[in-house]
Design a binder for this molecule. Structure first.
Ligand SMILES: [Zn+2]
Length: 138
């Protein structure tokens, strides 16, 4: 009987943890997976990895976000843009080097509820999408 109660408790604790679990990295915008080591500090977790924490958010990152928003504002409602257009607008020379930064900026905007990331016309999960993506206002 006692053993049974213990099990029920554990199950409940686990499910209540998972409810508070969804969190996105402040840099790359990917979903952060809850880890045991964060049990007591989960509320203050901001970054998914050491490299995201070290890079943080720079002026360039803010400009990339703004560039995506500006480009989408200039298109009609459901039109999409390629992330490279936003990267080019911010860094005409060497924009190719900023594609991953631009994808991070796009994911952060998804977290803020400002845009959607689509592939072949369907909204995809930014945390797991692979391959070419397009951005759309929402
Ligand atoms: Zn990250």
């Amino acid at each position: 009987m006692l053993l049974h109660d213990d099990l029920a408790c554990t199950t409940m604790a686990r499910s209540s943890t998972s409810a508070a679990e969804v969190k996105w990295c402040a840099r790359c915008g990917r979903e952060i997976e809850w880890r045991k080591k964060w049990e007591r500090s989960w509320d203050s977790v901001k970054w998914c990895s050491t490299s995201c924490r070290q890079r943080g958010i720079t002026d360039l990152d803010r400009r990339l976000e703004q560039s995506i928003i500006d480009l989408l504002k200039r298109r009609s409602g459901s039109a999409t843009i390629c992330p490279s257009e936003a990267a080019r607008a911010v860094q005409p020379d060497g924009w190719e080097n900023f594609m991953e930064d631009t994808r991070c900026a796009a994911r952060r905007l998804v977290v803020k509820g400002l845009i959607e990331i689509v592939q072949k016309g369907s909204v995809v999960d930014p945390s797991t999408a692979k391959g070419p993506i397009r951005l759309r206002a929402c």
